[in-house]
Design a protein around this ligand. Structure first.
Ligand code: ZN
Ligand code: ZN
Length: 411
């Protein structure tokens, strides 16, 4: 029997280095995860450099690589994908930014880069969208609120470059920077000018906005300046369905990840109660994925919480979260006609509180795989598996071959 479908589960930041507080084990090694072990025991395992040996991946570049889109070609900055994730329709050539609402004091210093952790900025973003005018540059823009203090900005127009700096001073009680071109290309100079104009015009609108006056009266920080960073140009992504001949969906809470899925043409599947955090409705995600496989050939699921624990340096919390994930994975064992891939997008070691280049454990389960001797899903156990050490670019082709859809090279 040959499977026809692929379920791709990425447990974000899952893998780690040995943790002293766990007796020298990693959180994955220390955790009790019977379902992951059964998948590993019934599948083929290995370790994987998602981008290349020694490269510390971001979640965005890693997901692109894992889906078979070389980040060196497709990635110019985080902004465009953040825009897509915020619901902005990005066309190739548009310039995207990640933005923050922040609080600026009357004397011009950024005093809170999260604007008092403001929750809902939709009214403010609408005021900016309606009030800012960039037509003197021949530029149109779309500005959208994201979660909390976050937002995204997309610029569309002739002769815009993406190599510009940020106005974010990166610390509180500092003046915002002027956005400048990086290098001396005309198109980057133009984008920098447009950005500075946008920051200035939007600042005026926000300063006078009733919602901000109200916040000031209540002793809350007004959201009166927009900080922009992560400039990038939207690439021309070959649609996933054309590339692989598979229809597909993506299930992810993080707008960056759902944005990547959207950019390559995977359909976003909303799930109630998903947060991208420890308290996310991961059971709902798995149920939605299984449901989605009824009508789609490929489903990507991203589960985020372990990465968060890694960034916070909390090994015990990370272990507990992995156990929580395992507890909702049991239905995977009953899926038929499907290749199941489980891996991380990168390691997020608790000891360094950031992503590292340590290879991640990967397992492939389903009809036709050459089952190896690995019985436990872990960083060190998987290193002894039949996949050996692969790169992220090799993962989709491996899965495509397992469902007998790979093209023959030669006679
Ligand atoms: Zn990640
Ligand atoms: Zn991370």
């Amino acid at each position: 029997m040959t499977a026809h479908k692929i379920l791709f589960l990425i447990i974000d930041g899952l893998s780690d280095r040995p943790c002293p507080e766990l007796g020298g084990r990693t959180p994955l090694e220390a955790a009790n995860h019977p379902v992951l072990n059964r998948l590993a025991a019934g599948g083929v395992c290995g370790i994987m450099d998602t981008i290349a040996v020694g490269i510390r991946p971001g979640s965005d570049t890693a997901h692109l690589a894992l889906l078979g889109y070389d980040p060196h070609t497709y990635y110019t900055g985080r902004g465009p994908l953040e825009c897509v994730g915020s619901g902005i329709r990005m066309e190739p050539g548009m310039i995207g930014f990640r933005c923050n609402y922040a609080t600026q004091s009357p004397d011009g210093l950024v005093i809170d880069r999260r604007a008092g952790r403001i929750h809902d900025t939709k009214i403010l973003s609408q005021a900016v969208q309606d009030g800012v005018d960039l037509s003197e540059f021949g530029v149109e823009f779309i500005f959208r609120s994201g979660a909390g203090h976050r937002a995204a900005l997309a610029l569309k127009g002739e002769g815009l470059g993406h190599c510009v700096s940020s106005n974010d001073p990166k610390k509180d009680h500092a003046a915002p920077h002027t956005i400048t071109p990086v290098g001396d290309r005309t198109q980057d100079r133009k984008t920098a000018e447009v950005c500075n104009e946008f920051v200035q015009q939007s600042g005026k609108i926000l300063f006078d906005h009733p919602l901000n006056k109200d916040r000031l009266q209540k002793g809350l920080g007004p959201a009166n300046i927009i900080l922009m960073r992560g400039a990038g140009e939207m690439g021309n992504f070959e649609p996933f369905e054309k590339k692989y001949g598979l229809s597909g969906s993506v299930i992810a809470a993080a707008s960056l990840i759902s944005g990547i899925g959207d950019a390559v043409g995977l359909m976003q599947v909303p799930v109630e109660g998903i947060t991208g955090s420890q308290n996310s409705n991961i059971k709902g995600k798995i149920a939605a994925a299984i449901n989605e496989l009824e009508r789609k050939d490929f489903v990507l699921v991203n589960i985020k919480g372990a990465d968060e624990s890694g960034h916070d340096g909390l090994a015990a919390q990370k272990k507990a979260f992995i156990e929580k994930v395992d507890a909702v994975l049991e239905p995977l064992l009953d899926i038929r006609d499907c290749i199941i891939i489980v891996c991380a997008d990168h390691s997020t070691p608790c000891s360094i509180k950031d992503h590292s280049a340590d290879p991640v454990p990967v397992l492939i389960y389903g009809d036709g795989v050459r089952v190896d001797d690995v019985k436990e899903y872990g960083e060190r156990t998987c290193a002894r598996g039949g996949l050996c050490r692969i790169t992220g670019a090799g993962l989709m082709p491996t899965a495509i071959d397992l469902i007998n859809q790979a093209h023959k090279y030669g006679a």
